[in-house]
Design a protein around this ligand. Structure first.
Ligand SMILES: Cc1cc2nc3c(=O)[nH]c(=O)nc-3n(C[C@H](O)[C@H](O)[C@H](O)COP(=O)(O)OP(=O)(O)OC[C@H]3O[C@@H](n4cnc5c(N)ncnc54)[C@H](O)[C@@H]3O)c2cc1C
Length: 384
């Protein structure tokens, strides 16, 4: 984003906070929550409304794990790192469960467990291998040789620690608990370094010591450094009217995550994904569904869930995820602007990382902790 000389009037009201968070999704809300525990004066600036981005447009799955199964993660990142990444997301799910118990806001937290379902013998083999490695590494996970849903899947992994939430209610609960000042409907147009940091919106200038960017897929629109490093990828979902009975108790992730589904508390059926064949076009920022992906979602229902076929569809929506080249989130500090930190690029798993990654972001920004495997310094190492 840029700002013109005409928009940059100097007589805007001036305010002062210790930390400004840009973005009101799970990462911004989680950051506000953790910062509130340190007694800092914090505001959140959100260009649209709370959870207007991916955080309000996802399936609400809380999964231990990342974009690839454990066996593939071991190959890609090494055994110790894979174990650390899965422990990190497991801890995230635990933190959200603990938050649900402690506060009065209900965000429909359901510790239902999850099935990762195999759609081919090859995927079943990957799940079996993942199970073996995970057991050796001390994870609690079950391998099911038979399809637990009896719907022509080849078998599954059962993760008892996983579950689902209402993602918008969770984001709102975190912000409410944080007590942070919220400026919504107000985009950050630019960030400057004078004697201290200045965050410019159309309505105000906010002086602060630190800025946390929780702008995910939109980051490159604010700061060009993110171009080439964080790609906006579109995902789509549909939700039917309530079915007559319950057909699913767990959140389900199938075909390496290309399809995912759950039944909501009021018996509606939610299905997302089916973008595997349309990856060239499911990119960019436009918030609109496409006939081809929605038709694929409907035919998936027909094939696997005949009880839900023909049930009127009440909602169809799209959302923008942020993908990185190596599949891991980026946490760091902008070189151009010291004291501007970021945590972006959860590769479609932001609720599996969110509360724990925002905790790490705050520790990096406020206490100088090293971001470890998530550190954006790895990009410079690759470049060199
Ligand atoms: C269809 C779909 C299904 C998904 N399903 C799941 C799932 O089940 N489980 C899971 O773990 N993950 C899932 N994800 C991924 C998950 O939703 C994201 O990883 C997560 O929500 C990212 O959160 P965030 O806070 O980083 O970004 P976002 O929620 O996108 O928030 C970024 C915010 O920044 C604001 N913003 C941007 N620029 C500015 C600016 N200049 N000034 C002020 N504000 C600004 C935006 O308006 C936005 O609200 C899914 C994503 C999609 C799209």
């Amino acid at each position: 984003m840029t700002i013109s000389i005409w928009q940059d009037e100097l007589n805007k009201p001036r305010e002062k906070y210790d930390v400004v968070i840009v973005g009101g999704g799970i990462m911004g809300a989680g950051s506000a929550y953790w910062l509130s525990k340190r007694g800092l004066r914090v505001c959140i600036v959100e260009s649209q409304y709370i959870a207007s981005g991916a955080s309000g447009r996802n399936a609400g799955f809380l999964l231990r794990g990342i974009h690839s199964y454990y066996n593939e993660s071991v190959k890609q990142y090494g055994r110790d790192n894979a174990s650390m990444l899965f422990r990190f997301t497991e801890e995230n799910v635990r933190l959200i469960g603990e938050f649900a118990k402690r506060i009065s806001h209900d965000f429909n937290y359901e510790p239902s467990g999850s099935y990762l379902l195999a759609c081919s013998l090859e995927e079943l083999h990957d799940l079996e291998e993942s199970h073996q490695l995970m057991i050796e590494d001390g994870f609690d996970v079950e391998y099911l040789k038979q399809d637990p849903l009896d719907r022509s899947y080849y078998g599954a992994l059962y993760n008892s620690c996983d579950g689902g939430v209402n993602p918008v209610k969770l984001v709102k609960a975190l912000i409410a608990e944080s007590g942070a000042q919220l400026y919504d409907g107000e985009a950050v147009m630019s960030i400057r370094q004078d004697k201290q940091l200045q965050v410019m919106t159309a309505n105000r200038i906010i002086d602060c010591d630190k800025v946390l960017l929780a702008t995910n897929a939109y980051s490159q629109l604010l700061e060009s450094w993110f171009k080439e490093r964080v790609q906006p990828i579109k995902g789509q979902i549909l939700v039917t009217q309530p079915l007559r009975k319950r057909i699913l108790e767990k959140v389900c992730y199938a075909n390496y995550g290309w399809e995912y589904f759950r039944q909501l508390p009021d018996n509606r059926f939610l299905l997302g994904g089916c973008r595997q064949r349309f990856q060239d076009t499911e990119v960019g920022y436009a918030d609109c569904t496409s006939l081809q992906v929605q038709a694929s979602l409907e035919s998936y229902i027909k094939d696997r869930f005949p009880e839900a076929a023909g049930v009127p569809i009440d909602y169809r929506w799209s959302g923008i995820m942020a993908f990185t080249q190596d599949g891991l989130p980026l946490v760091g500090e902008l070189e151009r602007l010291p004291n501007v930190y970021f945590a972006v690029g959860c590769n479609g798993h932001g609720f599996s990382y969110g509360l724990n990654l925002s905790k790490l972001l705050v520790e990096v920004a406020v206490a100088g902790k090293d971001a470890g495997i998530f550190s954006s310094r790895r990009l410079f190492q690759i470049a060199n």
